[in-house]
Design a protein around this ligand. Structure first.
Ligand SMILES: Cc1cc2nc3c(=O)[nH]c(=O)nc-3n(C[C@H](O)[C@H](O)[C@H](O)COP(=O)(O)OP(=O)(O)OC[C@H]3O[C@@H](n4cnc5c(N)ncnc54)[C@H](O)[C@@H]3O)c2cc1C
Length: 497
């Protein structure tokens, strides 16, 4: 969807010389900044800012604040949002990744217990650097070619979240340039309000320029198991059983618990499973319509190698998957964490990666997950034969999230992440119809009193955001007034702009 250019009285040609040098009007650069991974929305900025130093960002924000009508400023990491969240059409996109060209090797500095990372760095690079020291961040996302600043502005979740919390729960300190242009170091003990504001803050309160992230010892390999279920109750009981080990501080549990849904559709994704089992898995999916796949991962290294098989077997012993539908791989730690990149490498040459992505991510409270399964997974996705490339499904626990941060989750001890990773052709009608199907799912939840929360939301009106934040809206408004009173930052989220 191309949006109309919003007239703005400021022209980049008026900028003071030190800023003007870094404002690009090159058509190709503008075009790159007017698109994202979603390929659904397009907004052309007035200019793209290419900062060399954090002080350039400070100067840009201060300059905008000094104008009678400030221009908006959209920090852009890797642009892996799906609905224009890092775009603007009445201001400047800040190409955060340019900072790394001038860090002179100081973009990722590894210490014994934490790593200091430039917010423009990619998680894959953080992994590589920390592994050189036998260390690793603990909390991840499914995909590692995302910037640290980008995921910390959302939450950063995957199958490790039940154990270590989202990525925002693993940050010790941040450097942030606020919407007023102040460069502030913040932590739970120092400028804590800013610290909690920007974590999960959707870029509304400041631009993160550095993050200090917790590290632990790195395992070397993983046992990676997928178990198939036809019985939904057994599937969720087992997922919840597996995340409960950690709640009870028992060390013998899994390190990563996730899952996905296999829906009877001609384009079934069976890439994990051995090819000689594809036929029987397909028959199983055809027979039941929906099959639930539980993903259990146990890390190990040379010291724990001998015990790992026994520990995995002990975990599997009490689970209620369909006998003989258990599949196991043994891969390196990095291969496991970087698993989605494999799919990217397969899909790209086929022209299936750079296509529109009408994704939707939901957090669904445990108390209504069975209704969600009946009403949405069976009642809408299966019944209406809707194609979802990956439908990811796993539980998390509220206790690992910090309510002082700006992210929003359901008000229940356990809730589920449901990620509808969708891809369509470029036909506008096809994209709109997929968006309408997503909307239909949200309306189903609303009509049936399922208090789900959208993750990575792309609302179009402030009313929807007010509803999304619920009782937290007042705090969000107050934080905006304090840290970005002229409403300059990240207008693409459409919360205040
Ligand atoms: C293939 C793929 C897989 C994904 N898997 C997961 C997953 O498993 N778990 C998960 O949690 N998410 C996942 N995501 C979503 C991803 O975390 C978000 O889209 C994230 O914003 C991407 O980071 P980015 O650097 O591309 O951010 P951008 O798209 O560039 O920016 C996102 C938002 O953050 C703001 N922003 C960017 N940088 C900064 C900064 N330094 N300071 C303040 N604000 C900033 C932008 O203005 C924008 O509003 C996935 C995305 C893709 C494409």
């Amino acid at each position: 969807m191309a949006s109309k250019k919003h007239p703005h009285p400021w022209s980049p040609l008026e900028a003071p010389k030190d800023l003007a040098q870094k404002l690009s009007l090159d058509p190709e650069t503008l075009s790159l900044a007017s698109s994202d991974f979603g390929l659904i929305e397009h907004k052309t900025p007035l200019a793209v800012f290419e900062p060399s130093y954090v002080s350039d960002i400070v100067n840009l924000i201060k300059y905008s604040n000094s104008l009678p009508i400030p221009f908006t400023i959209a920090p852009k990491g890797k642009g892996h949002s799906t609905h224009g969240q890092a775009m603007t059409n009445d201001g400047v996109v800040v190409n955060m990744t340019r900072l790394s060209d001038f860090r002179n090797g100081s973009g990722i500095i590894v210490y014994d217990e934490y790593v200091d990372v430039g917010a423009e760095q990619l998680w894959i690079d953080v992994l590589h650097e920390t592994l050189k020291h036998g260390l690793t961040p603990l909390s991840w996302t499914d995909y590692l070619y995302l910037t640290v600043g980008g995921t910390l502005s959302n939450a950063g979740i995957t199958g490790t979240t039940f154990k270590f919390g989202p990525q925002i729960s693993n940050v010790l300190e941040l450097d942030v340039v606020t919407g007023k242009g102040d460069l502030v170091t913040c932590s739970p003990d120092n400028n804590s309000e800013l610290f909690y504001s920007v974590l999960g803050g959707l870029g509304q309160f400041g631009i993160i320029t550095r993050a200090r992230i917790v590290l632990g010892p790195a395992p070397t390999r993983v046992k990676w198991v997928q178990l198939l279920y036809s019985d939904f109750s057994a599937f969720i009981e087992d997922q919840e059983h597996l995340i409960s080990f950690h709640e009870r501080n028992e060390t013998k549990g899994a390190d990563h618990i996730a899952g996905c849904i296999l829906v009877n559709h001609s384009r079934l994704n069976l890439s994990f499973y051995p090819p000689n089992h594809h036929q029987r898995i397909t028959s199983l999916v055809t027979e039941y319509g929906i099959i639930y796949s539980l993903e259990l991962v146990k890390y190990y290294d040379n010291n724990s190698q001998e015990l790992v098989n026994e520990e995995v077997q002990n975990l599997l012993k009490v689970l209620k998957f369909i006998p003989s539908f258990s599949f196991e791989k043994d891969v390196s730690y990095e291969e496991f964490l970087n698993r989605l990149h494999e799919s990217e490498l397969v899909l790209k040459p086929k022209g299936l990666w750079n296509v529109p992505h009408p994704w939707m991510d939901l957090f669904v409270p445990k108390s209504r997950i069975t209704d969600f399964n009946e009403g949405v997974l069976k009642g809408i996705i299966l019944k209406e034969n809707i194609y979802v490339r990956f439908l990811v499904f796993y539980p998390m626990n509220q206790s690992k999230w910090d309510d002082r941060m700006s992210s929003v989750i359901p008000d229940e001890h356990i809730f589920y992440a449901l990620a509808f990773f969708r891809a369509t052709g470029f036909d506008k009608v096809e994209v709109e119809s997929s968006e309408a199907q997503n909307q239909h799912i949200l309306e189903f939840c609303k009509d049936n009193g399922i208090k789900s929360k959208v993750y990575l939301a792309s609302y179009k009106t402030q009313e929807e955001w007010v509803e999304h934040y619920g009782s937290k809206w007042k705090i969000i408004e107050k934080r905006k007034a304090e840290f970005d009173p002229k409403r300059i930052l990240s207008p693409g989220q459409r919360i205040f702009n």
